[in-house]
Design a protein around this ligand. Structure first.
Ligand SMILES: N[C@@H](CCC(=O)N[C@@H](CS)C(=O)NCC(=O)O)C(=O)O
Length: 208
């Protein structure tokens, strides 16, 4: 299996933490979005959206990080996935919530604070940054509430949902997002950060 990633990005971290935790044989193909290689015809055959990550397996290319992590998790059923119907639909719920509310809020904040600088696209737009921070705060309150009585997002078991939702927190310090108002997220994140899989994933290849 070959995983095309932009090293250090939250979506790369999601896929890599899951692959490393499950000890899956994975070849990492690092891409730098500044080269534009992900918009070239060869790569668009793998992902017509021109985005990374993409997982290539035999003659099959899979895009969307939350689909990729579920596919990887199915290689070792039950290790990072619930086995009961209720748990599985809750996994689907939180992965949908991730894209709709959590990841999308983080993207605004990370783009304005880190990515613009990385791509040389100017200063943060204060209005976009404010909107991103407000959306992030709303989503963080929901996640903090879920974690108030649960060790992990789906209960007492570590799942792909934890790696998915923790991934953008690797940018919290860089984006000056404090976890102090969200003590349950902070406690849970310390636990995820301490996993061997998380520790193996490289950070952003630039000084931000
Ligand atoms: N929803 C997609 C988002 C993928 C995405 O936007 N990836 C970023 C890198 S983390 C990208 O490809 N950016 C380059 C671009 O948009 O041109 C996923 O979760 O995989």
């Amino acid at each position: 299996m070959k995983l095309h990633v932009f090293p250090g990005s939250p979506r790369a971290r999601k896929a890599l933490t899951v692959a490393y935790h499950l000890d899956l044989p994975i070849e990492v193909a690092a891409m730098d979005p500044r080269t534009g290689a992900h918009k070239q015809p060869e790569f668009l055959k793998l992902n017509p959206n021109g985005r990374i990550p993409v997982l290539e397996e035999d003659d099959f290319a899979l895009w969307e990080s939350n689909a990729i992590i579920q596919h990887l998790a199915e290689k070792k059923p039950g290790v990072l996935t619930p086995t009961d119907a209720k748990g599985r639909i809750q996994m689907a719920q939180w992965l949908a919530w991730d894209l709709a509310h959590w990841d999308s809020a983080w993207v605004m904040v990370i783009f304005e604070t880190v990515v613009k600088q990385f791509l040389g696209r100017g200063e943060p737009d204060p209005a976009r940054l404010k909107e991103g921070r407000e959306r992030l705060d709303m989503a963080a309150k929901v996640l903090d509430g879920q974690l108030a009585n649960n060790e992990f997002v789906l209960g007492d078991k570590l799942t792909v949902v934890d790696f998915a939702l923790a991934a953008p927190l690797s940018f919290a310090a860089m984006c000056q997002v404090s976890l102090e108002p969200y003590p349950h997220i902070a406690r849970w994140f310390r636990r995820i950060e301490a996993t061997e899989a998380w520790q193996k994933v490289p950070g952003l290849p630039v000084a931000a």
